[in-house]
Ligand binder design. Structure first.
Ligand SMILES: [Zn+2]
Length: 156
């Protein structure tokens, strides 16, 4: 098969047809444990840096501040507060939704980071910054090891 070396952008040509591409996404070491605990035990987990004492949620394997390896896992309480939120009236394709979706960054006491997720059982005009919320999980039989194993966060 001849190979043409392209030295100018103008020499590029379109390729018609299909290119078989296979990919496998993994959660990584920390993500694997995080999602397995969520799926199997309904627990929200974080990791603590032994040097900085920062607790990361979502967890990671190295501290972004001091580069220490993070191996101390701990369960995070399933209650947090709304740090910020937005109300979406359209879906990802630009179609108007029947009901608006409220998406919030939920932060947990003493934790660095937080989770972006939907709020439920609350009207958009009742949501406020600092509002306490609680994680609502799907039933164990419906959990698959995804962030959507958390159905939503509801006001406490
Ligand atoms: Zn650290």
């Amino acid at each position: 098969m001849p190979v043409d070396k392209v030295t100018q952008v103008a020499q590029t040509k379109p390729l018609h047809g299909e290119i078989p591409v296979y990919a496998q996404y993994t959660f990584g070491i920390a993500g694997e444990k995080f999602f397995r605990e969520l799926k199997d035990n309904g627990r929200l987990m974080g990791v603590k840096c032994p040097e900085c004492n920062l607790i990361y949620v979502p967890p990671r394997i190295y501290c972004e501040r001091c580069f220490s390896e993070l191996t101390e896992w701990l369960e995070i309480p399933n209650r947090g507060v709304v740090h910020t939120f937005t109300v979406s009236h359209i879906d990802l394709d630009g179609n108007r939704l029947k009901e608006p979706v409220i998406v919030a960054l939920v932060k947990f006491d003493g934790v660095y980071g937080g989770l972006v997720h939907r709020l439920g059982r609350v009207e958009a005009d009742k949501v406020s910054i600092g509002m306490p919320v609680e994680m609502v999980l799907k039933s164990k039989t419906k959990r698959v090891g995804s962030i959507l194993d958390i159905d939503y966060f509801k006001p406490v």
